[in-house]
Design a binder for this molecule. Structure first.
Ligand code: NAP
Ligand code: ZN
Ligand code: ZN
Length: 373
């Protein structure tokens, strides 16, 4: 049946309110307007940022359809769309690529100014939503909204990938690309170096993969859920430690066992305390810390500038420094078995079990759950 140009009724996980379970509802998805694309979602991972949005650590407007780490098929396109066509397999981009703004034009940035990371808009470019439920408009999330059978995104917020790519490549839409790229693109981890990765969720484990592929020889995973250690070791960690096993701060432990600190540290937990631990666990004369975890906008880091003067640096990374153009290349690397994201998938579930995926993530059990549509 040709659905182009028509409103589609489908199921979606609607977050009516913060801190409340998602509700499976029938929604209406309007046809894509000019330069927009309607996508039939095949699979969507549940990322730490989705739980952060639900708990209001990361700002989103409610009611909202969360989700931003997905793969799908283009169902129809609006007028003037040139980047993708009906039937293409695509990955939605939570970091758009308009190609014209200062961020897009700079070789030193992957942050397009059209991104909606602070949840200020939650709407399409014309300031309206394409989703309605029970007569009410539902906000979009991070330009993507993927916990729905169909979504609408701007054409600058999706990219065509290999049609043969399996559902697991949804993780290239956020978690895997974020961690892997933070090591390779942002920190530029060097061969023979030592690394510390704080937080062993989907992003942290992907960072370990990046550190290993960049040639780091010692990779310390820091996490409190020891059931994740075997996975971390399988992916490249040389050892795993828990802050709970030591009486002194974990940064002191790391400095003790690495002759003064690691070369690179990564914060993948989304906590101010772990950001400070990560910063203080690097070598004083040259250590590089990359912050990936998301905290509340009111949170503040506090440290002596002397920590920087002597040679440490502190950086952040969004989507691992990749642009939309890099995403099909990462999928090709996956198809050619140069990278593997399958190890990160700890559970697959149907849309009506999506709250189980949120519970698993919040409890630190498992790594990535993927909702299959
Ligand atoms: P996740 O699976 O929930 O992993 C977070 C990990 O942090 C947990 O597995 C846990 O590790 C650790 N952690 C959580 N709470 C902790 C606590 N109270 N004390 C100590 N450790 C704690 O989430 P994720 O998807 O990997 O995302 C990680 C962070 O990155 C989130 O803040 C997310 O919002 C952010 N993120 C950023 C970007 C970006 O572009 N910068 C992209 C995606 C996600 P253990 O179980 O080992 O203790
Ligand atoms: Zn741009
Ligand atoms: Zn994410």
């Amino acid at each position: 049946m040709n659905t182009g140009g028509k409103v589609i009724k489908c199921r979606a996980a609607v977050s009516w309110e913060a801190h409340k379970p998602l509700c499976i509802e029938e929604i209406e998805v309007a046809p894509p307007k000019s330069h927009e694309v309607r996508i039939k979602i095949l699979a969507s991972g549940v990322c730490g940022t989705d739980t952060s949005a639900l708990s209001t650590v990361f700002h989103a407007k409610f009611p909202v359809i969360l989700g931003h780490e997905a793969v799908g098929i283009v169902e129809s396109v609006g007028e003037g769309v040139t980047r993708v066509k009906m039937g293409d397999k695509v990955i939605p981009l939570f970091i758009p690529q308009c190609g014209f703004c200062r961020g897009c034009k700079s070789p030193n940035s992957n942050l397009c100014e059209k991104a909606d990371l602070s949840g200020n808009s939650g709407l399409m470019d014309d300031e309206t939503s394409r989703f309605t439920c029970k007569g009410k408009p539902i906000y979009h999330f991070m330009c993507t909204s993927t916990f729905t059978e169909y979504t609408v995104v701007s054409e600058i917020c999706c990219v065509k990938v290999d049609d043969r790519a399996p559902n697991e490549v949804c993780l290239i839409g956020c978690g895997f690309a974020t961690g892997y790229g933070a090591a390779i693109n942002t920190a530029k981890v060097t061969s023979g170096s030592t690394c510390a990765v704080f937080g062993l969720g989907g992003v942290g484990l992907s960072t370990i993969v990046g550190c290993k592929s960049a040639g780091a020889t010692r990779i310390i995973g820091i996490g409190s859920h020891k059931d994740k250690y075997p996975k971390a070791i399988e992916l490249g960690a040389t050892e795993c430690i828990s802050p709970k096993d030591y009486e002194k701060p974990i940064q002191e432990v790391i400095c003790d066992i690495t002759n003064g600190g690691v070369d690179y540290s990564f914060e993948c937990a989304g906590r101010i305390e772990t950001m400070m631990s990560a910063f203080e666990s690097t070598y004083c004369g040259s250590g590089v810390t990359v912050v990936l975890g998301v905290t509340s906008p009111t949170d503040r880091l506090s440290f002596s500038p002397f920590m920087l003067i002597t040679g440490r640096s502190l950086k952040g990374s969004v989507f691992g420094g990749w642009t939309g153009e890099d995403v099909p290349k990462l999928v090709t690397d996956y198809m050619n078995k140069k990278i593997n994201v399958d190890h990160l998938v700890s559970k697959t579930l149907p849309l009506d079990k999506i709250n189980d995926a949120f519970d698993l993530l919040r409890s630190g059990k498992g790594v990535r759950s993927i909702v299959l549509f």
